[in-house]
Design a binder for this molecule. Structure first.
Ligand code: GLN
Length: 198
């Protein structure tokens, strides 16, 4: 199984390391052709405006939209912002998840925080959430399921069919349960479709 990690910007290396730990060979994706034959794609955290600009420059926006219709895609933090339909301001996004996102919802870098989370579908106790200038999801469409809310009720993880998005950074925790969850999605999807990717 080949899992791509969008490697334009941000902490893609950390995701690649987790995948390697789990015995999956990651493929760094910088060009449209590198999307071919993938079973899943991770869009890492970083800075969503930069991600949008670079994806535009590299001609990746439409190929990413197309691929997201046929393989599981998981966005973390800036990756979540990049997947949303509506981020409240004018920036290049994929617009593939039916949700409204508020960027930097907790304030600036110094307002980063950690909180133990209960996540639907993740067994074995709380998941340690690391939030770094994180977004929250303020509205969701009909096909979007909430996987996790903060103690105050704000939504920080969702799934829309084969698309997954988390506000926090599982790749920085040493807890691989969400990566395993995503790999199961990719694997199950491949079984159903018979062949990976486009
Ligand atoms: N604040 C960033 C954005 O809106 C996301 C930060 C992150 O990915 N840690 O793009």
């Amino acid at each position: 199984m080949k899992i791509g990690v969008l490697a334009l910007q941000g902490d893609f290396q950390e995701h690649c390391s987790v995948l390697q730990e789990l015995g999956v060979e990651p493929r760094e994706v910088r060009l449209p052709a590198q999307l071919r034959g993938l079973s899943g794609l991770i869009i890492p955290g970083g800075e969503s405006t930069t991600l949008g600009k670079l994806a535009t420059t590299y001609g990746l926006l439409d190929p990413l939209r197309v691929v997201s219709r046929s393989i599981p895609v998981w966005g973390t933090c800036a990756g979540l912002v990049f997947m949303a339909k509506n981020v409240g301001i004018d920036q290049s996004v994929l617009g593939i998840m039916d949700m409204v996102v508020q960027r930097n919802a907790f304030g600036r870098q110094v307002d980063s925080f950690e909180e133990d989370l209960e996540i639907k579908g993740i067994e074995g106790g709380p998941f340690h959430g690391i939030f770094i200038r994180a977004p929250v999801i303020t509205e969701i469409g009909q096909g979007v399921n909430v996987l996790c809310r903060l103690g105050d009720g704000r939504i920080v993880a969702v799934r829309q069919d084969r698309l997954l998005a988390t506000s926090f950074h599982p790749e920085l925790t040493g807890d691989y349960r969400l990566h395993k969850y995503f790999l199961q999605l990719a694997d199950a999807d491949e079984q159903i479709q018979g062949s990976p990717g486009i």
